[in-house]
Structure formats: structure tokens, C-alpha cells
Design a binder for this molecule. Structure first.
Ligand code: F6R
Length: 223
């Protein structure tokens, strides 16, 4: 698969923000699937600055930690701070994975599916919180976070012991049902896994490798 290499983080952020802008302007009723983490922060800033009309847009987040959602590290807090509270999106139009998971999945299906899904990638090849070994047939569920992910994400917490050990994540099959997928990755430390996932064997040991089986995926990288 082609990895589009961009000049820097700014260009990565603006390229993906432009894709989201085009999607929303062409289809105001778009259903988007959104990531958290460090990588999309610049993209969210760019999107906010575009002052788009979000009133008909519906969003589904990829994953949430199992933790107190009022804490600043929760993905619910992250999304409100970095995107939702800075746009005119209706609070009942954004969704985080919820129980029963079949109802969350039905909500996605009921809205005719995800038009555009933005993904990041973990250093172990996870997408959303589908850790290595996740079934390609997986759907929304509770997962145990891998040691690598806990270590990687400890930078957002006071200490590694403070990082939640479990999360709810959309499954790989759920993600693959999106009509269009953009994978964004930033930093040298992501380059190796990105190459393995996009051009190596398609295997459950490297969850992102499933994207090789999707017809409409674009991959953007900056160092
Ligand atoms: C978060 C998510 C994760 C991150 C990945 C990369 O919602 O889906 O898969 O995209 O862990 O995180 P960063 O961008 O912090 O390197």
C-alpha cells in the first residue's frame, strides 16, 4: 500500500483536516468515526479554525478507556476539549462506545454506516484499541490494554500505574465497514510498524494490516 509522506506534522494535520472538510461540505449529514491521542490534535485545531457547520454531522469515537469519564484524561474529556466544545455539533450527535455494545453497533448501522473513519496507529500496530491478536471479525467490546500501549500512553497520566488497563473499542470488523478510511501516523517511532502493517503479511498479530483488505484507504505519514 502507498504511504503518502508529508513534509511535517503541520502538513499531515492540514491534509487530513482538508479531507474531513471536503466530506462535511459535500455531505452535511456525514457520519464520521474519530480517534484520540497525540496524532490528531493538530488536525482538530485545523478543523476548528475552518469554522465548518457541524449541525448535521454525526460522530462515533473509536474507543474509550474504562475510567471516570469526568477526568481530563478520559477520551470523552479529550474530544469535548479538542473538538466538540469548539464547534456547533449537537451533543446528542456525538457518540462514544456504550453498553450494550449491540446497541452502539445498531446506532452506527441505523445511521447507514460510517462515511469516513480517521485512524491513528499504535507502536504495536493497534488501531482503535484492537491490540495484537484481536480477531479480524471483532466488533465493539471490552479489551485489556497491552503492556506496550499502557507504557506508550503513560505520558498522558501521572504515572504508568495511573493508566487504565481496560478500554471499550470498536472492533476491526466494525472499522472495516466504514466506506472510507484515513490512517494518519506521525513520528519516526511509527515508521517501522507502518511499513510492516501496510506492506507486510496481513495477520491478526498486526491489527492495522487488515486495512490492506479495504478498498478505500489512504495512509498519511510525517516524521
Ligand atoms: C485512540 C486510538 C489509538 C491511537 C493510537 C496512536 O482513539 O484509536 O489507536 O490512534 O494509539 O496514538 P497517538 O496518536 O497518541 O500516537
Amino acid at each position: 500500500m502507498k504511504i503518502n509522506v508529508l513534509k511535517n506534522y503541520k502538513e499531515l494535520s492540514s491534509t487530513v483536516a482538508d479531507i474531513v472538510e471536503t466530506q462535511i461540505k459535500k455531505h452535511p449529514l456525514s457520519k464520521l468515526c474519530l480517534p484520540t491521542g497525540s496524532t490528531p490534535l493538530g488536525m482538530y485545531d485545523e478543523l476548528v479554525n475552518k469554522k465548518l457547520d457541524w449541525k448535521s454531522v454525526i460522530t462515533f469515537n473509536l474507543d474509550v478507556y474504562l475510567m471516570n469519564i469526568t477526568r481530563p484524561q478520559s477520551y470523552q474529556s479529550y474530544m469535548r476539549k479538542n473538538l466538540f466544545d469548539r464547534t456547533n455539533i449537537y451533543p446528542d450527535h456525538y457518540h462514544f462506545p456504550f453498553r450494550p455494545f449491540s446497541a452502539f453497533e445498531d446506532k452506527i448501522k441505523g445511521s447507514k454506516g460510517i462515511d469516513l473513519c480517521i485512524l491513528g496507529i499504535g507502536t504495536n500496530g493497534h488501531i482503535a484499541f484492537n491490540e495484537p491478536g484481536s480477531s479480524f471479525k471483532s466488533r465493539t467490546r471490552v479489551v485489556n490494554l497491552s503492556e506496550q500501549t499502557i507504557k506508550d500512553n503513560s505520558r498522558f497520566f501521572d504515572s504508568v500505574d495511573d493508566v487504565p488497563t481496560q478500554a471499550i473499542t470498536m472492533g476491526l470488523e466494525t472499522i472495516m465497514e466504514s466506506k472510507k478510511i484515513i490512517l494518519m501516523a506521525n513520528g519516526d517511532h511509527k515508521l517501522n510498524i507502518l511499513n510492516v502493517a501496510m506492506n507486510g503479511e496481513v495477520t491478526e498479530d498486526v491489527p492495522a494490516s487488515i486495512l490492506q483488505n479495504h478498498k478505500n484507504v489512504k495512509v498519511y505519514y510525517s516524521d
